[in-house]
Write a protein that binds this ligand. Sequence first.
Ligand SMILES: [Zn+2]
Length: 165
Amino acid sequence: MFTGIPGAAQPGGRAVSWALRLLVVGGLVCITVAWSQASNTVQVSEQVDWAPLGLAGVALVTVALLGSVLVARQAVAIRLSHLAPSIAGPEAWALATAPAAAVGMAESRIGAAPAGVGGEPLVAGASMARYHRASCPLTAGKPVRPESRSAHERAGRRACGVCAP
Ligand SMILES: [Zn+2]
């Protein structure tokens, strides 16, 4: 979900989005000029002369649109990383927003819940193949229970690769 995108990253901003729009417009202008110039000639050799400009236009538009998709994807990832704890439920939200106080609160509520990594409980659902930190976005909205690492491993679960408990 957060493949290689640091949470503090900014998705470009206004300057980048305008630069990408200008690239698209520039590419479309190149394509239009190449097409209109080539269409005014009857010699194939003269038409071919405009091919590089047309191809450059196609490349510009492709790169700019690809960039737009990547910027949007990054913005979604950042937004999601801010929202994931609140989706996961009040306990994970409390863990994410006020770790020190909340861990104690969550553990006293759970009772004899075993402490996991850094005091954060290790959780998993009955049918899950991996166990996670309580704050892991992959547990968001899923019915999970805290257990000790050895209990998870006895149940055949492996550590999550995202939250690396
Ligand atoms: Zn995880």
